[in-house]
Design a protein around this ligand. Structure first.
Ligand SMILES: [Zn+2]
Ligand SMILES: [Zn+2]
Length: 559
């Protein structure tokens, strides 16, 4: 966290007793003392600063704002203001100025889906993906429950082989003669790296999005054919909905897990035709996957490469391992096919993982190839990245932008996609959550009556969809822009005037320390209403404060 490197002044200085916490200082004079400072001293210094804020009554409001981030590892900081006006009456509905927020800035969750980048935000993303997939299988979240009767399958499309790799072939040992354990880092890596087709492996990943697109075209064709229809007339009878997620196999190849469903002509609300069965869908998926081929894409206008008709061996296709399963309701037992709950959990799990999780690759873009020396990578991942980097320099592969996607082993597609009709949207789920949180904040504020004035003030300042840390300041408005927009809100039209400026990522040291303390502090059970009396009892033990966080800070001060 770069913010943590920018230490405030040493503890010995007369830290001002006012409420403002230190801004990152690029102080040369602090260097000598910074060297001496151990982690423990630093912690003590930050705690002392928080204690000062607590004494001035500013800690609880800060804790509430930081707490609203729900443990996001690297929140986005913004300054600016937003005013909402009712255009009919001219009345100001609300006004938010970040100068009045406890931290002096708006703090928003980073929203990163990768588990290696932000565990908290990736957990939220995983839950949301679960809800999206589950809703498409059993209804709910704006999707009618009747979708559970529509034919649907869960299919996995894999990559072909690029050379023998170490594996766990059931009861017998691997070709190398060893029986590999589950966590064996050798699994998925080539038996003979010198002879492994790294170029083919990387280029296949780069063409995987095109393969998927071609597959969906073939699938429509196969379904229409099986139903005795033309592709053009199919849409008058049925629509095809799907959700897919890309996962990395241990060998570094992308494979797709997908839920495919046949609905009636207008989507999930309409009844599918009688011919549409899970069996028909199963056959169609297998046939379409077998048929799918993608020619190496060459740069248009790059003369020399266009002259050559690529040989069949360089055409990209899916591997022979195609797995298609019917999806049953959760109430089925026995050696049942996969259930909707399994499928939703499975897809959600992979939606938060990238190449780094299974292949030991990187979770961020490379600027120079030499950077890979700084990272602890597997030899196989290093080889894939290096191959992508070198291929990226070749003119015929320029359009694949392989250097940009080297850290993803050549894959440049979306990790998780859905068709419009599959189920609800992430935006819908996020809006639902914001409404829920705002309601919780309201309830909290009502429960807080009887707290200190500073606490009440913070509650009011933080009570807005913006300060719950979960939404974009204004969807579609870029940072640094002045924006005015009108939104129809029920029968009234709301005018939003806003201006936002990005100030940085990650919390300032004091707030990061506060966030850590918050994460460590015991949380009240959700169903337990914190009554003012109970809060007083809990706080009474350590001093005048009624806030569990202030208590945590004071316990640290005393320790
Ligand atoms: Zn985050
Ligand atoms: Zn082996």
């Amino acid at each position: 966290m770069p913010a943590q490197l920018q230490l405030p002044c040493p503890a010995t200085t007369s830290a001002s007793t006012n409420a403002t916490f230190a801004t990152p200082a690029h102080s040369g004079t602090a260097d000598a003392s910074a060297n001496r400072n151990s982690a423990l001293e630093r912690r003590a210094r930050l705690t002392a600063r928080l204690a000062k804020l607590a004494a001035a009554g500013h800690l609880a409001p800060l804790a509430r704002q930081v707490g609203s981030l729900g443990g996001c590892a690297r929140p986005i900081r913004m300054t600016g203001h937003r005013t909402r006006l009712d255009t009919a009456t001219g009345q100001i509905l609300d006004h938010l100025d970040t100068r009045h927020l406890p931290a002096g800035e708006l703090l928003l969750r980073c929203g990163n889906r990768r588990a290696t980048r932000c565990p908290s935000c990736s957990t939220v993303y995983r839950y949301d993906t679960y809800q999206l997939i589950a809703a498409g299988l059993r209804g709910g979240k704006t999707v009618p429950a009747t979708v559970s009767t529509h034919p649907r399958v869960f299919a996995t499309l894999t990559a072909p082989g690029f050379g023998p790799v170490h594996n766990q072939p059931g009861a017998s040992p691997c070709i190398c003669g060893t029986r590999h354990g589950d966590g064996d880092p050798l699994l998925g890596t080539p038996l003979n790296p010198q002879r492994y087709d790294y170029t083919g492996a990387v280029l296949w990943n780069a063409h995987a999005p095109a393969l998927w697109a071609r597959f969906t075209t073939h699938l429509r064709r196969e379904i229409a054919h099986a139903a005795g229809l033309t592709q053009r007339t199919l849409r008058h009878h049925a629509t095809l909905s799907y959700a897919k997620v890309a996962e990395y196999q241990k060998r570094g190849q992308i494979h797709f897990h997908t839920v495919i469903r046949i609905d009636g002509p207008t989507g999930p609300t309409s009844t599918p035709p009688a011919w549409a069965t899970a069996q028909l869908l199963d056959h169609a998926v297998r046939a379409a996957a077998k048929r799918t081929r993608v020619q190496p894409q060459h740069r248009s206008g790059a003369g020399e490469s266009e002259r050559v008709q690529p040989p069949e061996s360089s055409v990209f296709r899916f591997g022979r391992q195609i797995d298609v399963r019917a999806i049953r309701g959760t109430d089925l037992t026995g050696d049942a096919p996969v259930t909707d709950r399994h499928v939703a959990a499975y897809i959600a799990k992979y939606a938060t993982k990238g190449a780094e999780t299974t292949t030991g690759s990187l979770d961020r873009r490379l600027r120079f190839l030499a950077e890979i020396a700084q990272h602890d990578l597997t030899d196989h991942a290093r080889h894939m990245i290096r191959t992508a980097w070198h291929l990226g320099a070749k003119l015929q592969h320029a359009h694949l932008r392989l250097r940009q996607w080297a850290h993803l082993l050549g894959f440049r597609g979306h990790f998780s996609t859905r068709t419009r009709h599959y189920s609800t949207t992430l935006t819908h789920l996020r809006a639902e959550r914001t409404t829920w949180r705002t309601r919780q904040d309201d309830a909290q504020e009502r429960a807080d009556e009887g707290r200190s004035p500073a606490d009440r003030h913070s509650g009011r300042a933080g009570r807005s969809d913006l300060t719950t840390g979960h939404t974009d300041p204004d969807a579609g408005h870029r940072s640094g822009q002045r924006a005015t927009s009108g939104r129809r809100d029920g029968t009234h039209t709301t005018l939003v005037i806003s201006h936002w400026q990005y100030t940085g990522s990650g919390l300032l040291p004091e707030l990061a320390h506060l966030a850590n303390l918050l994460a460590a502090a015991p949380k009240p059970r959700p169903e337990q209403q914190t009554s003012p009396r109970r809060a007083r009892r809990a706080g009474g033990r350590v001093g005048h404060s009624t806030d569990p966080l202030t208590a945590a800070v004071q316990t640290e001060v005393m320790a």
